[in-house]
Design a protein. Sequence first.
Length: 278
Amino acid sequence: MTLFTCQWRPSNYEPKALIFLCHGYAMECSISMRGTGTRLAHAGFAVHGMDYEGHGKSSGLQGYIASFNDIVVDCSEYFASVCEKVEYKKQRRFLLGESMGGAVVLMLHRKEPTYWDGAILVAPMCKIVEDMKPHPIVISILSKLSNVIPTWRIIPNEDIIDRAIKSEEWREEVRNNHYCYKGKPRLKTGYELFMASLDIENNLDKVTLPFIIVHGGGDAVTDPSVSEALYTLAESKDKTLKLYPGMCHALTSGEPKENIDIVFSDIIRWLNERVSTS
C-alpha cells in the first residue's frame, strides 16, 4: 500500500513548530488543504499531511474505510517518523484536524496522551446529535450488512458540497478535484464513521491536551453543539472554543476570504501563544 504525503515549510529559517494535518472524509491534503498548509508555513510552521488509504492520491478503493483504527495507526506511524528526524526532534508537535480529521486527531491523542503538544479542531466530528442517532436495531443491521457488502455505495446522502461550502468558486474546485470522492458513502465506511463518532463521544472526558476548536455557527454538516460538548466535557486545562456566527462547515477554505482570514488569525494567534511559552 502506498500513502501519499505532502509538506509546506517556511523559507530560509527554522520552523517554530510542527503541524500535522488530518483531512476530512472523502477529501485529501495536497489540494483541498493547500491553503491551510500555505498559510501556516507563511506563519513560520512546518506542515505535514498524509492522504488516508482510499483517499486522495493514496492507494486503496476510493472512499472506502475498512477500519477507522487503521487510519489512526497510519497517521501515527507517519507523523512519528517525521517527528523523529534529527532536525525536528526538539520541535513542539501539533495536530490539526478538519471534520472527520478531528476524530482522527482525538484518537491519536488517546493513543499517545502525552506525545502531542496541542490540537486545532476545525468543525470536528466528535459526537452524534441525539435526534440523529439511529435505533439500536438499525445499527445491528448496518453492522451485519457492512461485513457482507462492505464496499456497496447504498447509503443515501445529500450533496454535502453545497451544505459544507459557502464559496461557489471553492465548490467548483472541489467538484473538479477528482481526488475527492463524491459518490454515496460505502456501507462499511458509513458504519466505521458512525462507530468512531460513538467511541469519541463516550470518551470526551479523557481529552487532556491543549486545544482550540473553531466551528461555524451555520454549520449544516457537524452541529456546533458537538464542539460545545467537547469543550465542556474535556479534562484539558487549556481549552478554547471559537464559534463564528453564520459561517459554514468548511471554515478554512469554503468561506469568503475575509472570514477565512478571521479563522486563521485565531488559529495562528493560539499557536504562537503556546510556542512562545515553550
